[in-house]
Design a protein around this ligand. Sequence first.
Ligand SMILES: C[S@@+](CC[C@H](N)C(=O)[O-])C[C@H]1O[C@@H](n2cnc3c(N)ncnc32)[C@H](O)[C@@H]1O
Length: 374
Amino acid sequence: MQIESLIERAEAAPPDWKDVVFGADCRLHQLAPYIGKLKPIIARQLLEALTLPGDTVLDCFSGSGTIPLEALLLGRKVLAYDANPYAVTLTRAKLEAPASIEEARERLSMRLAAAARRPVCAPADVPEWVRKFFHPDTLRDALSFADECIESDDQFLLACLLSILHHQRPGFLSYPSSHLIPYLRDRKFPKENFPDLYGARALEPRLLAKINRTYKDIPEIDRSGVLQVGRVSVFDLQVDRPIDAVVTSPPYMNALDYVRDNRLRMWFLDRNTANYSPEPTEKLDQSDAITVAFARNALKRLRTGGRCILIVGETVLRKRVTSHPAERMLDRLTAEYSDLHLERIIRDEIPDVRRSRRTSGATKRELILVLQKR
Ligand SMILES: C[S@@+](CC[C@H](N)C(=O)[O-])C[C@H]1O[C@@H](n2cnc3c(N)ncnc32)[C@H](O)[C@@H]1O
């Protein structure tokens, strides 16, 4: 279907999707930053309107876990996967968070004590681009704590550490730098003029403050609905049970680079294997292959009557919409499954403040495709 007719057919998104309502979302959503993160209200309203309690919901591009967490809070069963290890850490951290603040604090003291007993990582083993972000004492402590969490498979505390890894505020661990994508801000805050921003930073009070912020007004979560969360590429995905709904936001073609933009956090997670390319990778070639793999692997067990809900970003270059992933995806999905019907389209214009980048490749409009297997 042509993009023009898709847009013509689309309903406008509910006005409250644009509102920023403090306290409306579960605090766990703010556990750590992630580029291309969905607003929880969008996930919540789509799940409420289009799925039922007890349904099994699959998100195979889970990112920071927005859709799986909302699904769990609404009493759905959840399968969540992503190819990016930082995404999997965040999704697991949210779904496996300690049940109470007391448990989280207790676990923190235990891990800090164990981290202090670990052999110290030699500075020579740390690449220079990483060393540039931290005071050597902070770096040593952060690495020991990360290693302790990795070894104990404590994804919640690992995510807490990664969330305070870089920023210019005092509650964070790095020298002054940006929060979402790691860039040093040493020109704006030179060491000569801001010596306080370049001292060693203790982990414990910052991690405790993070935990205290996270556990403010957290609802009780029934975690029995978590069926599986893991690091799985959609190309290798195998679903072994019937699925009531696939709800997901696929990677935004050519707009976001989840490895490059998360490189510092990812280096802490996996110091040997990741490829931290400084340039954005060309994604357009891959996007059709991802759609086909998605159709074959993620939709294979979608039951008759079940829905596939896709939140798809339109990419923009120099203020012009330049590619139409929604149109391309829809064509390929319906070619793969003749029984998949487009039930609704919702059009969400994204105001500038919600975009992670305002220039070059960025997302300006999202189209939500609601497909039903008949
Ligand atoms: C738009 S983001 C999802 C954002 C998520 N809904 C959230 O709220 O944080 C798309 C995700 O697709 C993941 N991804 C990219 N290629 C993938 C692949 N081949 N298999 C699985 N996940 C992939 C990226 O790592 C990214 O987390």
